[in-house]
Design a protein around this ligand. Sequence first.
Ligand code: TRP
Length: 345
Amino acid sequence: MSQQETTAPQRPAGPQIILTGDRPTGPLHLGHYVGSLRNRVAYQHEYKQFIMLADSQALTDNMDDTNKVHRNVVEVALDYLACGIDPAKSTILIQSQIPELAELTFYYLNLVTVARLERNPTVKQEIVLRGFERDIPAGFLTYPASQAADISAFKASVVPVGEDQIPMIEQTNEIVRKFNRLANKDILVECKAVVPEVGRLPGIDGKAKMSKSLGNVINLGATADEIKAAVKMVYTDPLHLKVSDPGHLEGNVAFIYLDAFDTEKAALQEMKDHYVRGGLGDSVVKKRLEVVLQDMLAPIRARREELAKDKGYIMQVLKEGTMRAREVAAKTTDEVKAALGLSYF
Ligand code: TRP
């Protein structure tokens, strides 16, 4: 799988550590799969990987619906396991159950300015999307510092995420560098974002981003009927009115999805050529897309349904992962506090 990477970080000795995570605000969809899940499944064999259910971060814009966040911790965990994240290889943890992360955040807040937080392009966009322009919750504005704590607590050097998270990684590295300079010692580790080259998956409606709030998603746990209905709605080429018309591939969501998921590349290329030449109807393209998506999602859905029957097992995976992760975060927090002169006894 090819990826693009942000600037090369210092490489710490020993195995590379990955930290990545999601806000549990809804079930995961194909955008998450392309944007990060697929990478995480591949990486767990080579790296020590921590995957965080960022419930505290989710609360920064969901204080009015804490139940939703609680519920979705389990939903997202199901998505992880159903996609092939193996709890024996990856450590899945719940952010809120590791108080050291909040502690680190509190110190890091002194290493960022309000102006810098306001300039973070992802935060800026989210402020508009959430209608926070006139009154930003302080916790929301400062969540990049909390994300820096998430990443640095585990001394992660690799962060597989979607491209919207690149500003968070940049800000994390700024905090890490500032802290290390202050401590006069490389206690924290700089990280790099690893973003899949496919980039962001558009929504079925052709909008640039697949997103639950835009209602243009295909969930990983979607039923066969839901997949079928979604494929019917997939945006193609509005100028391709008759089968004989030459079609366009740019912005054509059916082909963008096929590029992302169809493994039969030669046949796909032939279909593209035919479409561009004219003489190939959208219905043929969509038929192929439906086959590809049904084949890909059926085993994920089956595994998800199976796992959902045993909530005790899911909770046990989360508890064990969280406990293991807490030990690591606590160790880093001790080092950070010592460097700040905050160790007394
Ligand atoms: N901000 C991420 C998102 O919205 C979730 C997240 C929280 C995260 N902590 C993280 C991602 C640490 C990577 C690393 O999807």
